[in-house]
Design a protein around this ligand. Sequence first.
Ligand SMILES: [Zn+2]
Length: 142
Amino acid sequence: MKVLNYITCTNILLKKLGVVDSDICSFCNLSREEIEHMIFTCSVSQNFWNDFKWYWYCNTKETILLSLKDIIVGVLAGNGNDFLNYCILVGKSVIYHCKRNNRKPSLQSFKLLLCKKYHTELYIAQKNNILHIFHKKWKFKP
Ligand SMILES: [Zn+2]
């Protein structure tokens, strides 16, 4: 995943830079912290994405499968995946934020961040009189 190297600071890069002593994953302490591992294949991240899929199902009644590719570049197949891709971006942001703060990513952290974004965008949409665009984007209220 050359695309994300040097943008996302994994422990592999931080060790090369002399910032940390170990390149082992901050979540599981088992594997090297490759980007793919941190955001997807790590058991901790897998738990997060499983919770995310359940949350998505509860709010949309849509069953989704998420591959590494879907997490990295977004869900490409089908129409109307913009909001799902937005939520995946928020999920990746939660994983990275939790890694930096030595916490495990949780659905609760995700819901909190999504809720903040919802209220910020609602405020902006009301101010600019573009609520129709806001309601088109947000498939459900978090
Ligand atoms: Zn791990």
